[in-house]
Write a protein that binds this ligand. Structure first.
Ligand code: ZN
Length: 72
């Protein structure tokens, strides 16, 4: 996860968590992708990094890819 800072990951998880709570997870990176687009970040490196952490959809990003999983 060298490409995202702790602050970015915190922001990502908060953003995705709120949208998953509202709209659910469709077993893709729908909300995560929206965050990356809004941050103007290249998508493929982020998807690869999240998958390495066990995040293969929005709800798994929230569960497995928070900063505490990555930095501690
Ligand atoms: Zn999911």
């Amino acid at each position: 996860m060298a490409r995202l800072t702790r602050a970015q990951l915190t922001d990502l998880v908060q953003f995705v968590d709120a949208l998953v709570a509202e709209e659910g997870c469709d077993h893709k990176f729908r909300h995560t992708r929206r965050w990356a687009d809004e941050q103007r970040l290249a998508w493929n490196p982020i998807a690869n990094a999240l998958e390495e952490l066990g995040g293969f959809c929005d709800c798994e990003v929230v569960m497995n890819c928070g900063p505490d999983n990555v930095f501690d």
